[in-house]
Design a binder for this molecule. Structure first.
Ligand SMILES: Cc1cc2nc3c(=O)[nH]c(=O)nc-3n(C[C@H](O)[C@H](O)[C@H](O)COP(=O)(O)OP(=O)(O)OC[C@H]3O[C@@H](n4cnc5c(N)ncnc54)[C@H](O)[C@@H]3O)c2cc1C
Length: 479
């Protein structure tokens, strides 16, 4: 973590991310108080390379730099305005999503989409296409981006609004590669209420059939029980606010946000007992879930949870809807093989792994990892952006996430690396840009518009000042 040490620090302390899996020492950390200052710092550090950090919630090493690291926390203004009958909000890049939602809620408004938590900054969240379930990612709703970048010669800093064409589609999810985002304009919506109900489901087709009625739903594959639980969610015109609705928040906080996580920490992290983890999920966990409750609450309360309370690491892989059944079957098969080395993979899984040269090395994950957290799956609509995970085409994408609380575990990385490689090679799955990223597996084919994205990046930053580290190694970025 870093301190709010005022303007600049040379020889700064180590910077780390939420997961603790990214640690580095930038040459200089600066916390500018104005856009003018951002420009001056970027110009001054042209030769060193510049990266920006938000609230450091990404697990991928996007913010790592040996040069200048900018923290835009003071650029956090928020202003709602109307433009051609549309309600828009203009918000400073360093503003936290929680701050933005609170401001909007006071005006009867909210964001069209939110992720599981609200600690991220606005610029950080759009830079990796942060998403929830049943809507597009936040990036899709970006109307304009104010960007500090370089001129065509690559030597002078310019500041400009980007509001159309490929340039906007690139800036909507730009990984910090185009320049420094100082302000973002989003379309906003009227505040709405969401009703939810947690129900079990035996099969994936049953889960997907529910979507017609509850399009905002997300679902979980429960390890060791190998059944689904669906958090069915839909907008409702009913007002809520009953005592039972309020009690549900308390229940959720105590039993899910705290209780479930404390049990996972106790069994999987402190005791490291595979047997107890299996017992908990296969027999006790279903008792924690109250399936008859149908609480109603404000969208920005119902759609989020306190997932940031306990540190963890996460891999999230996006597959197209058409591939979801087969991808989920493979993930479940691999989870079971990792849990129990004598598990026999299905014929279908063997065929798929053979085709991508992974069957021969599947023994590397046999019995290596017993998963200790529900596998969350969320639907993300196709974005109008060049390289957000759900960009391109019209088909919905499904984000499958593997969450791990044993943060130092090499076995988890081995397992996550194998699953990542398998899904990326077999289905062209896309790893979340802001989550743990399987190394060396990304190809141009995963993002047909990656070439156009690189063009935009190079136009904004011909000398590659922002294109260092992880971003600089992406296919097409270097040349
Ligand atoms: C507990 C937890 C829960 C999460 N839940 C979800 C979820 O539900 N859905 C989801 O999709 N993701 C989720 N994430 C991932 C998170 O939303 C993304 O990693 C997001 O990018 C983090 O935003 P940040 O402000 O922390 O940015 P950082 O992690 O600090 O940076 C992320 C990227 O944004 C760039 N950036 C930041 N600010 C600027 C700027 N001003 N100008 C240019 N580039 C900038 C950085 O350079 C970097 O490339 C979660 C993460 C955690 C830790």
């Amino acid at each position: 973590m870093v301190s709010d040490s005022g303007l600049c620090g040379r020889g700064v302390r180590e910077v780390s991310n939420f997961g603790g899996n990214v640690r580095f020492r930038p040459a200089r950390l600066a916390v500018p108080r104005s856009e003018g200052e951002v420009c001056r710092l970027v110009q001054e550090h042209r030769a060193d390379g510049v990266r920006v950090m938000g609230s450091r919630h990404a697990w991928s090493p996007l913010i790592r730099t040996a040069g200048l690291l900018l923290d835009l926390r003071y650029l956090d203004s928020v202003r709602v305005y109307e433009d051609g009958g549309r309600l828009l909000v203009s918000v400073g890049g360093g503003c936290r999503i929680s701050q933005l939602l609170a401001y909007l809620n006071q005006r009867g408004l909210t964001m069209p989409s939110v992720g599981l938590i609200t600690e991220q900054t606005v610029a950080g969240a759009i830079s990796t296409a942060t998403h929830g379930s049943g809507r597009h990612s936040l990036s899709h709703y970006v109307q304009r981006v104010r960007l500090v970048h370089f001129d065509a010669g690559g030597s002078e800093v310019v500041v400009r609004w980007i509001d159309s064409g490929d340039e906007l589609r690139a800036a909507r999810c730009s990984l910090g590669a185009m320049g420094v985002i100082t302000e973002v304009v989003f379309a906003v919506v009227r505040q709405y209420r969401v009703q939810e109900q947690m129900v079990p489901a035996g099969t994936l087709s049953e889960v997907l059939r529910m979507e017609a009625e509850t399009p905002l739903q997300q679902f979980f594959l429960i390890p060791h029980l190998w059944r689904f639980y669906v958090q069915r969610r839909a907008e409702t015109a009913e007002s809520g606010g009953r005592l039972t609705d309020q009690l549900y928040r308390v229940y959720w906080f105590l039993l899910m946000d705290l209780g479930l996580h404390l049990v996972v920490l106790l069994l999987a992290v402190f005791l490291r007992s595979r047997g107890l983890v299996r017992l908990f999920f296969s027999t006790l966990m279903p008792w924690l879930v109250v399936t008859s409750w149908r609480p109603i609450d404000r969208s920005d309360r119902q759609l989020v949870m306190e997932h940031e309370l306990f540190r963890h690491v996460e891999e999230e892989l996006f597959v197209r809807r058409a591939d979801l059944p087969s991808a989920m079957a493979l993930v479940q098969d691999l989870l079971r093989l990792a849990d129990d080395g004598s598990w026999r993979l299905s014929e279908a899984s063997c065929d798929q792994l053979r085709r991508v040269d992974l069957l021969g090395v599947v023994s590397e994950i046999e019995g290596c990892w017993s998963h200790h957290y529900p596998i969350c799956v969320r639907r993300v609509c196709a974005d109008d952006a060049l390289i957000s995970m759900s960009s391109g085409g019209a088909e919905d994408w499904y984000a499958i996430s593997l969450i791990n609380y044993q943060r130092g575990s090499a076995e988890f990385w081995r397992f996550a690396g194998f699953v990542g490689a398998a899904l990326m090679r077999i289905y062209g799955a896309r790893p979340h840009w802001g989550k743990w990223f399987p190394e060396g597996e990304l190809r141009q084919e995963h993002y047909p518009e990656l070439g156009r994205f690189c063009e935009q990046v190079k136009r904004c930053d011909p000398a590659g000042v922002f294109r260092r580290g992880f971003v600089g190694q992406l296919p097409g970025m270097g040349e």
